[in-house]
Design a protein around this ligand. Structure first.
Ligand code: CUA
Length: 196
């Protein structure tokens, strides 16, 4: 945008020197731009909050945290690693103060793995370093993450959302084993930390 005040600037300045008037004008424009962005972002948060549309971005799937232990896919007998008919693997974990249930799961390397997590109480976090697995686990919602592991590895990670006094002691353990080894494990062995 042309600015008539620029014509009143002093003559050419040495290379690299910006006239103070130009600095002032540019700063004011940036402040205005930042203020507009701030207002827009605050408006989005307020509107989505009021309309109930504010969800974790990973997966908008609602679950009743008070009944997850009683019915549905997160009952205790259904937790852990399950092999689907297409050869992929689904892992279901409940996060609660201060543990992941089950606290250790075994998955095969080289196969699609889907993690489905929910919380029984407060916000927890689930992260496997150097993978795309990094999600908040929010009560009332199912967090779903799709990934696969190229090679066998052990992942040991703490909950990464502060959830209370026992937060530092809340760990998940994901053991990635070769496909042949995984195939020989019983369903119970895939859902425990038993040595295998
Ligand atoms: Cu769970 Cu921090």
């Amino acid at each position: 945008m042309a600015d008539s005040s620029s014509s009143s600037l002093p003559g050419p300045l040495p290379d690299g020197i910006v006239p103070p008037e130009v600095v002032d004008r540019t700063e004011k424009r940036w402040v205005m731009a930042m203020a507009v962005m701030l207002v827009v972002m605050m408006a989005v948060i307020i509107v989505t909050g009021i309309t109930g549309a504010l969800h974790p971005s990973s997966n908008v799937e609602i679950v009743d945290p008070q009944s997850i232990h009683l019915r549905g896919e997160f009952v205790e007998s259904n937790l852990g690693t399950a092999v689907e008919t297409d050869g992929s693997v689904t892992v279901r974990i409940v996060a609660e103060t201060y543990a992941f249930v089950p606290h250790c799961v075994t998955v095969p390397a080289g196969a699609p793995v889907k993690f489905r997590l929910t919380s029984a109480d407060v916000v927890h976090g689930f992260l496997l370093p150097h993978t795309n697995v990094n999600t908040m686990v929010v009560p009332g919602f199912v967090a779903e993450v799709h990934t696969s592991f190229a090679a066998p590895q052990e992942y040991l990670m703490p909950c990464h959302e502060f959830c209370g006094l026992g937060h530092h002691a809340m760990w998940a353990h994901v053991s990635v084993v070769p496909q042949e080894r995984f195939a020989n494990l019983s369903p119970a062995e895939r859902t425990t930390c038993a040595r295998h």
